[in-house]
Design a protein around this ligand. Structure first.
Ligand code: NAD
Length: 470
């Protein structure tokens, strides 16, 4: 038996553990009230402070903060409020003949005390998004935000302390050691968003207590463009999706896989759209962000150096400035298969272009890598689209667009294997933080009682008939 009393966070964990039933038994109206309080804090009270924090941490333009952080969370809250009554209701299920005299239903009950570990790239969205699902489902929550975006983490702690009591929701700031200590505690559910490598650490720790996990991970999301695609429209959407948040998005198009015959046309269109979006000098553009830390800047610079050393072709960009952690929007082709850019998840503003001669080759290339979080298809051909959909696996797919499937609350969001386990958003997020408790109620005499011991010849016959008929 583990003794948790020496764990620095045991006291907080215990408080939430004791409080979990009071929180879990709150009515629909009370949960609604909590969601409203959080909405008011984000939409009104702290809105400008959120913009400032993200400007300091990531150089995030205000419009991007409004759309990808504030609007995203408010959208989550509104959707939960609209649907919560239905989600919380018990779901009656059919009763088979063999259970005549009973009725059954599913009760969505909170998992209990939950841990949310979040990343830095959309600090508010990826912390408060899961939090909305967790509190809608009636849980208590400890949050460990990323240490890479300290202004955002600090503000999140302030917002949470303003809206919740600490036996309900609490934020613990700090380095990796905070997560390590937290992961030793017997949480009922762990919701982790981050890299596949740390996802493995989380899952290993969760297995100690058999805590359930949702792992929202990353990886290399391919963007396939066939020769039937509207190349100019594809380039416009891909240039937006790739360079949004400086490419630091889990569902960012990681690399382009394009029919060799339309490569030049595509690159020309990309140049045109980059010029339109960021002018000739993206460094001076208010619409372009920065790399989060020196460490990530170094990592991305080393990818560029590796590509140069392997004689790759820089189609666009390649300039960097370490002082401001700036990396120019960059497109690179003619990469050797061993190039780092084709191996690691890029998570930055560099887009490698890989060409293919047949769709089978493209599918084989995608399937030679771990299953991605997102796979984008640009094509006007139904046959080609179906070939790709049916012969690959991915967490999600946009056809003739990128990234935006993430924003539909009616779709489950998440990866598959290396890109994640479990789903989030809307009902799927509520479900991730709920235990689907099976309840069967016996109303009258149950026919199964006819089969109780002692087992006579008659009962043997009855058992056979049951198997045959019911
Ligand atoms: P990360 O895995 O390095 O860190 C995520 C969180 O885990 C942070 O809070 C960090 O403090 C904590 N952490 C780091 N090392 C740890 C350890 N050894 N033990 C316990 N906790 C640890 O990820 P990141 O750099 O913050 O984010 C980038 C990654 O996240 C990319 O792979 C990206 O694709 C992925 N991501 C996925 C989604 C999604 O929704 N699927 C969203 C955003 C980012």
């Amino acid at each position: 038996m583990n003794d948790f009393r020496n764990n620095p966070y045991y006291e907080l964990f215990s408080k939430q553990s004791i409080n979990q039933y009071a929180v879990g038994n709150r009515s629909y109206k009370e949960r609604l009230k909590t969601l409203n309080k959080l909405q008011q804090a984000i939409e009104v009270t702290y809105r400008t402070q959120i913009q400032d924090a993200l400007q300091k941490d990531l150089g995030k333009p205000v419009v991007e903060t409004e759309l990808t952080e504030i609007y995203a969370i408010i959208g989550d809250i509104k959707f939960a409020k609209q649907n919560l009554h239905r989600w919380m209701r018990k779901q009656n299920v059919d009763t088979p003949m063999s259970l005549l005299g009973s009725s059954s239903y599913i009760k969505y009950e909170p998992k209990g005390v939950c841990l949310i570990i979040s990343p830095w790239n959309f600090p508010f969205n990826l912390t408060f998004g899961p939090l909305v699902s967790a509190i809608a489902a009636g849980n208590t929550v400890i949050i460990k935000p990323s240490e890479m975006t300290p202004n955002s983490s600090h503000l999140m702690a302030k917002i949470v302390a303003d809206v919740f009591t600490e036996d309900e929701v609490a934020v613990l700031q700090g380095e990796v050691d905070v997560s390590t200590q937290l992961l030793k505690l017997p949480f009922n559910h762990i919701f982790f968003t981050g890299s596949p490598n740390v996802g493995k650490v989380v899952m290993k720790a969760a297995s100690e207590h058999l805590a359930s996990v949702t792992l929202e991970l990353g990886g290399k999301s391919p963007t396939l463009i066939d020769k039937t695609a509207n190349i100019d429209k594809a380039a416009k959407k891909i240039m937006w999706a790739k360079f949004l948040n400086c490419g630091q998005i889990c569902v960012s198009p990681d690399y382009v896989l394009i029919d060799a015959s339309v490569k030049t046309q595509f690159i020309d269109s990309c140049k045109k759209w980059l010029q339109t979006f960021y002018n000739d000098n993206p460094k001076a553009s208010d619409s372009y962000g920065r790399i989060v830390t020196d460490k990530h800047f170094e990592r991305l610079s080393s990818y560029l150096n590796n590509a140069k050393a392997l004689d790759a072709k820089f189609e666009v960009g390649g300039q960097t400035d370490s002082a401001s952690k700036y990396i120019e929007p960059t497109i690179i082709s003619d990469l050797k298969p061993e190039a780092k850019l084709l191996e690691d998840e890029i998570f930055g503003p560099i887009l490698p272009i890989v060409t293919y001669d047949s769709l089978d080759m493209a599918v084989a290339y995608i399937n030679s890598k771990p299953r991605p979080l997102a796979l984008y298809i640009y094509s006007k051909s139904k046959t080609n689209t179906n070939t790709i959909l049916n012969n690959t696996r991915a967490g999600g797919t946009c056809i003739n667009n990128s990234v935006l499937h993430y924003t539909n609350h009616n779709l489950p969001f998440g990866g598959v294997n290396n890109s994640g386990i479990g789903k989030s958003h809307g009902f799927y997020g509520f479900q991730a933080f709920s235990n689907e408790r099976s309840v069967m109620k016996q109303h009258t005499f149950g026919v199964t009682e006819l089969l109780f011991p002692p087992y006579t010849g008659f009962k043997e016959k009855l058992a056979r008939l049951t198997i045959k008929w019911f």
